[in-house]
Design a protein around this ligand. Structure first.
Ligand code: CTP
Length: 401
């Protein structure tokens, strides 16, 4: 189930040209299952009409007219009371100033003052206004009270100039909303390290030995851990994927770099979703191998087994309290996976049947059986990588409790 599902989000829209981008935020949240109540300020309404928001959220969009309507005396309280999160995107310098000083002169500022939930603002204004000491002081006041501020970004501004003041893009606002919604999840206060992608072992400066891993399962695991409030480090090889907002990213290429990165970490759990090489060229050529020199003979050597190296040799020496591995198998799935579970000192292994065309590398779905150190088995139905990630994270949370 999506983290947005059933969540009540108030989306405040103030008077900035970036207001049109708020329609995309509202639309994406509603599509993901959130109940989105939009409140426009008078200036916000001048840029985008309430009808736009009603059309994408399927719910009434509120304006200052509602402040003086029949339900005026209770509405701001009830809106702010039931919300899981109050987002103001775009948030102008004027609204920031009002919020910093507790001014409540329109439905949005009244609701914000009454709200009990976390508040996230995405400032948008001219660069000079953002740099002004008054705005900076207001921003500092708001963040010191716990408001989450996202942006602004550098770039082209409505004034025609370039500078810091643009609202960050909707996708990034959505990523931060997701992060904020997950903060009190089951893994709050826990640190999880996830590895993702196929490693690259250099043959020469331009050629590598790699594999078909897309990194999707690892990225989905990082996102699922963030959704449960974990502090996530994602150690990743180059992939085509966008890293989840909130994860600390460590970029690596080879098995050795991945191992070195892990030896710098300690955490409550390690999830090794990366497809790390087992063999690598013994010597990487310093210069590009040339055709004219004939077909090269590439001698391979064993690459270090990362899981076996980071396990630690005895009680108290483990860097990671819980260790989770994957077994990609094309035959004897369960026998091979349970041998890996033992030999690599794991608490849980996700045995993935890569012989099927709908499972494994570079496809959207996986056929996984979870095997636990205590001998328990849990076959998962054909799942998306996201669903598999959520299941695995649920078990990691249980094992850590
Ligand atoms: N793994 C690792 N270091 C490696 C290779 C793999 O830590 N050099 C990890 C993988 O990230 C995975 C688990 O070990 O979590 C099992 O990987 P897999 O490729 O299935 O098994 P191998 O141990 O490499 O054995 P084989 O390839 O012979 O099946």
């Amino acid at each position: 189930m999506s983290i947005f599902s059933g969540k009540h989000i108030i989306l405040g829209v103030t008077g900035s040209i970036a207001a049109y981008k708020a329609a995309e935020i509202a639309s994406k949240l509603a599509q993901a299952g959130a109940l989105v109540d939009v409140i426009l300020t008078g200036a916000g309404e001048k840029f985008v009409s309430p009808l736009t928001f009603q059309s994408v959220t399927g719910r009434k969009a509120f304006t200052d007219k509602d402040l003086w309507g029949d339900e005026a005396h209770i509405m701001h309280i009830s809106l702010g009371k039931t919300a899981d999160l109050l987002v103001i995107a775009p948030c102008t310098a004027d609204t920031m100033a009002k919020l910093a000083h507790g001014i409540a002169d329109n439905l949005l500022t009244v609701t914000t003052l009454a709200a009990k939930c976390p508040i996230l603002i995405a400032p948008a204004m001219d660069g000079g206004m953002f740099d002004h000491p008054a705005t900076q002081a207001n921003l500092a006041t708001l963040t010191s009270r716990g408001a989450i501020a996202v942006g602004p970004a550098e770039g082209h501004l409505a004034s025609g100039l370039s500078g810091k003041g643009r609202m960050v893009e909707p996708a990034e606002v959505l990523g931060h909303i997701r992060l904020a919604l997950g903060r009190s999840g089951r893994l709050a206060g826990k640190k999880i390290v996830v590895t993702a992608g196929g490693t690259q072992e250099a043959i020469d400066p331009v050629r590598v030995i790699t594999n078909r891993s897309s990194g999707r399962q690892g990225y989905a695991l990082a996102q699922a851990a963030l959704d449960q409030g974990a502090d996530v480090t994602l150690i990743t090889t180059p992939t085509a994927l966008t890293p989840p907002v909130g994860a600390k990213i460590v970029n690596v290429k080879s098995v050795q770099e991945m191992l070195d990165a892990l030896l710098n970490e300690s955490a409550d759990a390690l999830i090794m979703a990366a497809a790390a090489a087992d063999f690598r060229p013994k010597h990487a050529a310093k210069d590009k191998l040339k055709k004219r020199d004939g077909i090269p003979q590439i001698e391979l050597e064993a690459a270090p087994d990362i899981l076996k190296t980071v396990t630690g040799s005895g009680p108290g020496t483990r860097r990671f309290s819980i260790m989770v591995g994957f077994a990609a198998e094309s035959r004897d799935l369960l026998a091979n996976a349970s041998e890996k579970l033992k030999s690599k000192g794991l608490d849980l292994i996700a045995a993935n049947d890569i012989s099927a065309s709908d499972a494994g590398f570079a496809v959207e779905t996986n056929r996984i059986t979870l095997l636990f150190a205590d001998g328990k088995k849990e076959p998962l139905p054909l799942t998306t990588k996201t669903e598999a990630a959520e299941k695995i994270i649920e078990h990691v949370a249980r094992l850590l409790e």
